[in-house]
Write a protein that binds this ligand. Structure first.
Ligand code: PLP
Length: 406
């Protein structure tokens, strides 16, 4: 009996080491990693640059509080400002905390302007923003909210893609729109550029802020630094995490200068957020992600993956209902239960992938994935689909048949 909370439906599988695109189980079995610790290991496992950075950072200062200047944090913040729309950055330890900062920043911006009643945020059904009290209210998923007392007030939820519904939900109290450009947990249906542009337009018309959750879809995963760049819009606030630390717990809230300006001393804080160790690694991740050609290659691999999956869908139309996503945040809506398929992939084909909502199998490999890795992964998927078909064919009366009564 485990001493741990039973909050996760864990597999008994445990890994001992990793190398690039592969994880090795305790018995030495290699697993092809199209899971990346849920889109976290952006540079795969044991990346030499990350390992050497961690080792040398470990011999310096691990932690000082944010009461002191942290040079690695200043540097990482400046590099993110130089590379993006943002003028100011707040570092966190997780995605949920990055969202908390985003929500607080949006509300406080209007409060500081004297618009104290303007704190409502329009968010979307099927979204995921984390597991804190604030972020479960933001996403509004009833399964995550139920049983935890009154949810944080001030969130309205509409169906993604429906611009009229968004417009109809705006009130004088609305301060922001919060959206994942490509929802990771929710099933990977990418927002269209037209919808994102429509949201930007509504925000401009009503003086609201556009807040993006790029915790999963950002930091290079779609082949651009941020997923919103595919829509040619500029947001006001963006939350990032997951890939930003390559496996080290790190997150950040990025904002425009005027938006961040009201977050003065005393308004927000984090003990660990952006500590020297975390930011040393964050800088090392950024060295790689911003290196010339890196994002182009991610983009190319996203297209290679999409092409191979289209071929697979032609071979197995009964298994592949729909292909979704963008770049290396890919979703396959399956014809049979995603749990069965992902378990068979893991146990029979030694490949890791992650289930998402709406019966979608998510392929979210490290951003260093190669064409050979993709071909191997697609072959493994084909082998699972073929095995399912063989078993169904061997069942005399088909899968839905009633067991014979005798
Ligand atoms: C994972 C995730 C979060 C929450 O991040 P944590 O680090 O688990 O707190 C928030 N938003 C999105 C889109 C995510 O994928």
């Amino acid at each position: 009996m485990s001493a741990l909370y039973g909050t996760y439906a864990r597999s008994t599988l445990a890994f001992e080491r990793g190398e690039g695109m592969r994880l090795f189980a305790q018995d030495g079995t290699p697993y092809l990693d199209f899971h990346a610790g849920i889109a976290v290991n952006s540079l795969g496992h044991s990346d030499p640059h990350l390992v050497s950075t961690l080792k040398s950072a470990a011999e310096k200062v691990w932690h000082t509080a944010n009461t002191f200047t942290i040079p690695e944090q200043e540097r990482l913040g400046q590099r993110l400002v130089d590379a993006t729309f943002a003028d100011a950055v707040f570092f966190t330890n997780s995605g949920a905390e990055a969202l908390e900062c985003a929500i607080k920043t949006a509300r406080h911006y209007f409060w500081a302007k004297g618009e104290t009643e303007r704190y409502e945020i329009i968010a979307f059904t099927g979204s995921f923003h984390g597991r804190t009290m604030g972020t479960i209210a933001a996403a509004g998923n009833p399964h995550y909210v139920e049983g935890f007392g009154p949810p944080l007030a001030g969130f309205t939820h509409v169906v993604p893609g429906d611009l009229d519904a968004v417009a109809a939900a705006i009130t004088p109290q609305t301060c922001a729109i919060l959206i994942e450009p490509v929802p990771g947990e929710g099933g990977c249906t990418a927002m269209t550029p037209e919808f994102m542009q429509g949201l930007r337009r509504l925000c401009d018309e009503h003086g609201m802020l556009l807040v993006l959750d790029e915790v999963q879809c950002g930091y290079g995963r779609t082949g651009r630094f941020f997923a919103y760049e595919w829509s040619s819009i500029v947001p006001d606030i963006v939350a990032v995490a997951k890939g930003i630390g390559g496996g080290f717990p790190l997150g950040a809230c990025l904002a425009k200068g005027d938006v961040a300006a009201s977050m003065v001393p005393g308004t927000h804080g984090s003990t660990y957020g952006g500590n020297p160790l975390a930011c040393a690694i964050g800088n090392a991740v950024l060295d790689r992600v911003l290196a010339p050609g890196f994002l182009d290659e991610v983009n190319r691999m996203g297209q290679v993956l999409a092409w191979h999956l289209q071929q697979l869908a032609q071979r197995f139309p009964h298994h592949i209902v729909e292909l979704r996503g963008k770049g290396l945040l890919t979703g396959i809506k399956l014809g049979s239960p995603v749990k069965d398929i992902s378990q068979r992939l893991r146990d029979e084909q030694h490949m890791l992938a992650q289930a998402a909502g709406d019966n979608v199998l998510r392929l979210i490999p490290p951003l260093i994935v190669t064409e050979d890795d993709i071909k191997e992964a697609v072959e493994k998927l084909a082998a699972v689909f073929a095995a399912v078909d063989t078993e169904l064919a061997a069942t005399p009366m088909g899968p839905d048949a009633e067991p014979a009564a005798d």
